[in-house]
Design a protein around this ligand. Structure first.
Ligand SMILES: O=P(O)(O)OP(=O)(O)OP(=O)(O)OC[C@H]1O[C@@H](n2cnc3c(O)ncnc32)[C@H](O)[C@@H]1O
Ligand SMILES: [Mg+2]
Length: 169
């Protein structure tokens, strides 16, 4: 069976591949239909679902997975937040969220000026393409948890719910 991931970001595609080794997994750029930098759980989740739906409907018989990164405000801090959605061939939608950590004030300040986190992180850490590699979560956890690992956990939560649903059908 085929799984289409709504992104060309390696951190996302590899997170799906490592959980679905017996599936054909491919990435595809789709519209999240939310802002490129989501600013709440609701918006981030919506982006993940939109991506998954578009992937699933792009090819009959395939499953779609959408993974979306965003930030959300809590107790005067901005937290990294991540959401995933899996849409199966019957159009059932499964959702799960990922780990969250607070962002330093200077990063939060740049975000509120309208910059995208991916760009802020490259500037902050003087590296390139952090979004496809360790991610902000990797930088701020001393690389104990990188972006692929974080998404792997989200994908496992999606896969597990999908399996549970069909087992208990
Ligand atoms: O190509 P797509 O799939 O859109 O991948 P992306 O890296 O842009 O990722 P998202 O759209 O899911 O995330 C929204 C924004 O937040 C950034 N972002 C989110 N989590 C991040 C992380 O852990 N490290 C670096 N950037 C992150 C990301 O680069 C975007 O600017
Ligand atoms: Mg993006």
């Amino acid at each position: 069976m085929k799984i289409i991931v709504g992104s060309n970001n390696y951190a996302k595609i590899d997170a799906v591949r490592s959980n679905f080794s017996d599936f054909e997994v491919m990435g595809m750029e789709v519209a999240s239909k939310v802002s490129s930098q989501p600013f709440s759980d609701e918006e981030t989740l919506e982006g993940a679902i939109n991506r998954a739906r578009e992937c699933a409907s792009s090819e009959k018989g395939s499953m779609g997975i959408g993974l979306e990164g965003g930030v959300m405000e809590l107790e005067n801090d901005l937290y990294l937040c991540n959401w995933g959605a899996l849409v199966d061939k019957q159009e059932n939608v499964f959702t799960a969220s990922g780990a969250r950590i607070p962002l330093p004030d200077e990063v939060a300040k740049d975000l509120s000026k309208g910059k995208e986190l991916g760009d802020i992180m490259d500037e902050y850490a003087q590296r390139s393409e952090i979004r496809q590699k360790e991610g902000a979560i990797g930088i701020f956890t001393n690389e104990l948890v990188n972006r692929k690992e974080m998404f792997e956990h989200v994908v496992r939560l999606l896969k597990g719910q999908y399996e549970f649903y069909y087992k208990n059908g």
